[in-house]
Every structure is written in C-alpha cells, then in structure tokens.
Write a protein that binds this ligand. Structure first.
Ligand SMILES: Nc1nc2c(ncn2[C@@H]2O[C@H](COP(=O)(O)OP(=O)(O)O)[C@@H](O)[C@H]2O)c(=O)[nH]1
Ligand SMILES: [Mg+2]
Ligand SMILES: [Zn+2]
Length: 301
C-alpha cells in the first residue's frame, strides 16, 4: 500500500515475515523488502517482531528502512511473535493421548493474549468411537470452535481452513500431535514432520529463526509455539477471567471476587451441579488455581 507522507517520500505498509542478523524482511503488496531498522528504535525501547505491521521507506542507498511499528494486537515472548490472530490448540485423539490439563493451559495463554482460540483434535482416524462426544461435552459451554480432523485426509480440513482465511495463526500443542503435518496440509508448506526430526530440531537449531509463512490465504508462524514451560504466568485470582464457560454463571456468585473454589453461594459451582459447565473442566480449573497459589507461596519465601 503506497502512501505519500509529508516529506513526499513513498512509504509502504507491510508485515515483518522474518528477522535475521539485523535485517527485517517485510512483505508489502506481494513483494519482500530487506530492511534495516531505524536507529531510533533501540532508544525508544521498540523491538520489531515477526508478525508486526510496519511502515518502510526507501533509504539513501537504494535500501529500505523500517521506520515505524504499528500498534500490535498482542505480542508473545517465547516464541517472539506479534499479532497472533488465532491460536490453534492442537491435540491428538490418540498417540499421544490427549492431555486436557495442558490443553487448558494453552487456551489460557491464548486468552490472556486476546487471541482467538480454536480447538483442533487431529488424528481423528485413530479416535475411539465416543471420543468426539466426550470432548464436545467438555468444551461445549466455552463456545470455542472445535474441529476433529486428520492431517492425512485433506477433506476433513475444509471447515477449519475456511475459518482461518486471512488470519495469522500460531499452532501450539505437545510434540507429535501433528502440528507440522497440519500446517503442511492446510497451506501446502513443507515443514519437517515426525518424532525424530522434532528431536533433532530441538537439539541442533535452538536458535532457529521465526518465520511467518503465507500460502493459500492463510499465514502460519513457523515456530514451535509456546510450550508448557512458558505457561500460566498469572495471579490465581486472574485465572477465572479466562473461562468463557464460567462467565454467565459467575453473575450469580454471592461474593464479587468469588474464585469459585470454597465460597458459599457460588454461581459457577451451581452451573457445574446443573451440568451446564463440564465438571471435568471445572476440576481442572481447581487444579490450576491451586498450582498458581502454590507457586505464589513459593515466590514469597
Ligand atoms: N494416524 C495419523 N497420523 C498422523 C496424523 N497427522 C500426523 N500424523 C503423524 O504423527 C507424527 C507426528 O506428526 P508431526 O506433524 O511431526 O507432529 P508435531 O510434532 O506436532 O509437529 C508423524 O509421524 C505424522 O505422520 C493423522 O491425522 N493421523
Ligand atoms: Mg512439528
Ligand atoms: Zn463463584
């Protein structure tokens, strides 16, 4: 997008798709420009990130200068990416067995950063008969879109792909669930798949750069996603804010700051009793709440 600014210089708006060795690669109207960042950024405490919307302008020597970082929707530290629209929280129906506590943590990270959450259960071809039913039960009241797919069968991916059009996407989830396979099937990329390559990747390429890949109308951050190690840095009392399935019931709690744990007359616990909120999801909430409390105590001493 060309814009004439006050200096009558041509300015472009684009997206950082890669950053290596002090250079940023900015995609604007289908072209990629190699840019140096404006010297002032460091002084201003601004670090451009992959995913950032930025302005660039021609420099003095037929080069390009990254002159401005536009306001971000969000920014993650590990991996360092900005403007994640959608977090695909990926699990496998089997092999590896789903870990719902970890899944809830991934959801919470996404919620905290105000990214849209989409739940994906891959390897549907390996699922037990009642699997989808149980999962639906657990997450129905959250309102999160929920997909049962197989990266190996493209026809199962159509609905998901529709929902991802035009979005910047981060895939998260444990190793082996099929994140790379999904990215490849959704966008025709060629990310390495398989347990062995995953391990060697982690061993050898710990400084592997982050890249935003675009194809077939969607944009995927090629990173390992956030892991359980960087999870749940929040106050125990903050946790409940990120449970959309609790929200309508929390209005009936007697106490304003109700944590929905031990308090009497708790609307959320009533919701669980009535079966509107999944008891499994609620029990996982209690576990996470206690985990956060425990950690807070340890920090204090
Ligand atoms: N049966 C089955 N296997 C799959 C499916 N998707 C991926 N896989 C296999 O699961 C393994 C791990 O996949 P990968 O994409 O590397 O997982 P990642 O570690 O999450 O990136 C690979 O051997 C894939 O071929 C699927 O839908 N069904
Ligand atoms: Mg992978
Ligand atoms: Zn309550």
């Amino acid at each position: 997008m060309k814009q004439e600014n006050s200096n009558k210089e041509t300015e472009y708006t684009g997206t950082i798709v890669k950053g290596i060795g002090g250079f940023y690669y900015v995609e604007a109207s289908g072209d990629v420009y190699e840019c140096k960042a404006k010297g002032l950024f460091r002084k201003e405490g601004i670090t451009p990130m992959v995913g950032d919307r930025v302005c660039i302008r021609p420099g003095e020597h037929q080069d390009f200068v990254l002159s401005r970082v536009l306001p971000r929707r969000n920014a993650f530290v590990r991996p360092p990416v900005a403007n994640v629209d959608v977090v695909l929280a990926v699990s496998a129906a089997a092999d590896p067995k789903p870990n719902f506590l970890l899944l809830d943590k991934l959801i919470l990270m996404a919620e905290k950063k105000d990214a849209q959450v989409i739940l994906v259960f891959n390897k549907a071809d390996l699922a037990r008969e009642d699997f989808a039913c149980q999962v639906r039960q657990r997450y129905r009241a959250t309102g999160y879109p929920l997909f049962f797919v197989s990266a190996l069968k493209r026809d199962t991916l159509q609905g998901l792909k529709e929902m991802l059009k035009g979005k910047k996407i981060m895939l998260t989830g444990p190793s082996g669930v099929g994140k790379s396979s999904l990215a490849n099937a959704l966008g025709g990329f060629s990310m390495e798949t398989g347990a062995i390559s995953e391990k060697t990747l982690r061993g050898k390429h710990t400084t592997r750069h982050v890249e935003l890949l675009g194809a077939e109308g969607l944009f995927i951050f090629d990173t390992p996603g956030f892991t359980s190690f960087s999870l749940l840095d929040m106050e125990p009392a903050e946790l409940k804010e990120y449970y959309p399935d609790f929200t309508p019931w929390a209005r009936d709690c007697r106490f304003g700051g109700c944590a929905h744990i031990l308090e009497p007359d708790c609307g959320v616990k009533e919701g669980v009793r009535q079966g509107a909120i999944s008891s499994l999801r609620y029990e996982a909430y209690v576990k996470l709440y206690q985990e956060l409390q425990e950690r807070k105590k340890q920090k204090r001493y």
